[in-house]
Ligand binder design. Sequence first.
Ligand code: ADP
Ligand code: MG
Length: 334
Amino acid sequence: FDLQNDDFTNLQELGQGNGGSVMKVQHVPTGTIMAKKIVLIDAKPAERKKILLELQIMHDCDSPYIISSYGAYLAEPNICICMEFMDKGSFDGIYKRIGAIEIKVVGKVAVAVLEGLRYLYDVHRIIHRDIKPSNILCNSSGDIKLCDFGVSGELVNSIANTFVGTSIYMSPERIQGATYSVKSDIWSLGITLIELTVGQFPFSGSFSDDEDSDLEPNGINGDGETTPSHRDSLQVPAPTDAASKRRSRRRSKGVSLHGGGMTMSIIELMHQIVNEPSPRLPSGKFGREAEEFINGCLEKDLDARRTPAQLFDYAWILYSRQNGVDMKAWAATF
Ligand code: ADP
Ligand code: MG
């Protein structure tokens, strides 16, 4: 693919995160439907070249558990990353639509994420760095794939948003400034699996007064109406339809950076992650094997936390691989 901006028709906005926005697009010359991530970067030409070079790793990925990439190109001042479109969206959207996800399906998610992490690490020596429900995607074939992995340190450095790299799925050691390891991804996996299973982000923090506990983790950057300067810096388009206006208004309530509310919440949440006992699945409800697996992911002590290799041997994973769930049939239910 020789990708350039003129060759795309925008079909639909898929969502916004704190790095940019994602559009469903059609690549007109080939007719291919893609997801196009647009990231506003603040980088010198040499750095831009380096980013594109680093993104090449994405193109070299070939795994059923990793989103495939069509390539990336510069469209000043943005960088556009074109990837496989996943028609069932991400798992945050899925559980918000259909409610808490049955444990057998969550088991399939756990297997897919572990496989994806193993592939990225064993084959490309990269750590994902941003495991969360919105970076785990599903399609109508029932495939589960990871996106948005940390291929490009240079890109992260150049994103014009100070909150990039801050996530409510961050492990205690990372909050405390430790260097990243695969085990930090495992923490994020544990939090993610509880969220999907119970249908709610497991730390209450001061998020609990949010009107509908729709936590919108990707709203932590505060792209609400009260933060116009911030939105400008992200080049996030102003909401157009009624639904997104509503969403934006809701976000701005607890999520405003400059209004102070959310900044405080993030700090409180980080404090809670570091100081409170790890979240757990409610005991006895979803099976001992699932509980044991998630407890292995959420050990606060890095030495006690399991490695991906160890987690592959857990009973829940062995069982989930062949638990008889037809993911294609499941994906057809919503
Ligand atoms: P975040 O992951 O923090 O939500 P992103 O900008 O990475 O922010 O993505 C925004 C949304 O776009 C995601 O929540 C996801 O639902 C959707 N999305 C991202 N990539 C794809 C894709 N390849 N196919 C379909 N939907 C996608
Ligand atoms: Mg993402």
